[in-house]
Design a binder for this molecule. Structure first.
Ligand SMILES: Nc1ncnc2c1ncn2[C@@H]1O[C@H](COP(=O)(O)OP(=O)(O)OP(=O)(O)O)[C@@H](O)[C@H]1O
Length: 262
């Protein structure tokens, strides 16, 4: 299903954090949400999974305004993998993954055979099946991150939002995760800091600066030297990846930063 933010304004502590933000992610599309620190990326995701309520504007999944749904129904539609997804309780990995089915459970009924198979398949896909009986508290940051993604998949959401999901992952797992996002099924909006990985993994990119959308489109159309200077305040050269043709940025740590960034 399509995800749409329509003219979303959101204030926190009396400060405007999102400004008239409109953004569409087509059904099954993978869109990367990028932008400097503090530009409002996590806040935009929070407005989608209803941790924050926009002051004005609407978040839709398909035609439905998510604010009109019960929390249970919106959790069936939208899954989130976030930095703050704290699991402080001493659950095993398989128990954490099974929690993804919580929005569908009726009372204390056990998971059906299909649901158990769904959990096993998700753990296999994220390469955490061998950790199934381990306590979540004993995992490395990367292992834990992959468990949280498996949990989101068993939620069978229409929309999956992920906030810097490659944090803590080694390069192989970063690439595996990002290649998995395409063809996963749900519509995906993913916050990424690594613009080269974002260019390779996403159908389109949306760029936030100061809480407003300043560019959106294909990675080729968005990742320009001008945008890197004006939004991120860095000098970058855009080249083509020799194998895939994706735009890739080359940075120089010795080049002077650009002063006129937003
Ligand atoms: N609960 C809050 N109360 C007040 N201000 C907040 C709150 N949460 C976030 N902010 C502010 O909102 C702005 C946007 O924060 P947000 O976390 O959405 O940015 P971001 O683009 O995800 O940043 P980063 O790349 O650093 O993760 C920041 O200036 C931040 O300090």
């Amino acid at each position: 299903m399509e995800l749409a933010l329509e003219h979303v304004d959101l204030d926190l502590d009396g400060r405007k954090i999102l400004r008239d933000l409109s953004l569409q992610v087509g059904s099954g599309e993978v869109v990367g949400l990028v932008g400097p620190n503090g530009s409002g990326k996590s806040t935009a995701l929070r407005s989608i999974y209803r941790a924050l309520r926009p002051k004005t504007g609407v978040v839709r999944v398909g035609r439905t305004d998510v604010a009109s749904l019960s929390l249970r129904r919106s959790a069936q539609l939208v899954a989130a993998v976030t930095q703050e997804a704290g699991i402080e309780l001493d659950f095993t990995v398989e128990e954490v993954v099974a929690l993804g089915r919580a929005p569908y459970l009726k009372g204390t009924e056990p998971l059906t055979a299909r649901e158990v198979e769904l959990c096993t398949a998700a753990m296999r896909r994220l390469d955490v099946e061998r950790l199934a009986r381990r306590s979540i508290m004993t995992l490395s940051g990367g292992e834990r991150q992959r468990v949280l993604i498996a949990r989101a998949l068993v939620q069978e959401p229409e929309v999956l939002v992920l906030d810097e999901p490659t944090n803590h992952l080694d390069i192989r797992h970063q690439l595996e995760l990002l290649s998995l996002l395409r063809g996963l099924g749900p519509t995906v909006l993913v916050v990424l800091h690594d613009l080269n990985l974002a260019a390779a993994a996403c159908d389109r990119l949306a760029v936030l600066s100061g809480g407003a959308l300043v560019a959106s489109g294909t990675p080729e159309s968005v990742l320009t030297e001008e945008l890197m200077a004006s939004v991120f305040g860095v000098r970058a050269s855009v080249v083509r990846h020799p194998l895939t043709g994706d735009p890739q940025l080359l940075y120089s740590v010795t080049a002077q930063p650009v002063k006129d960034a937003h």
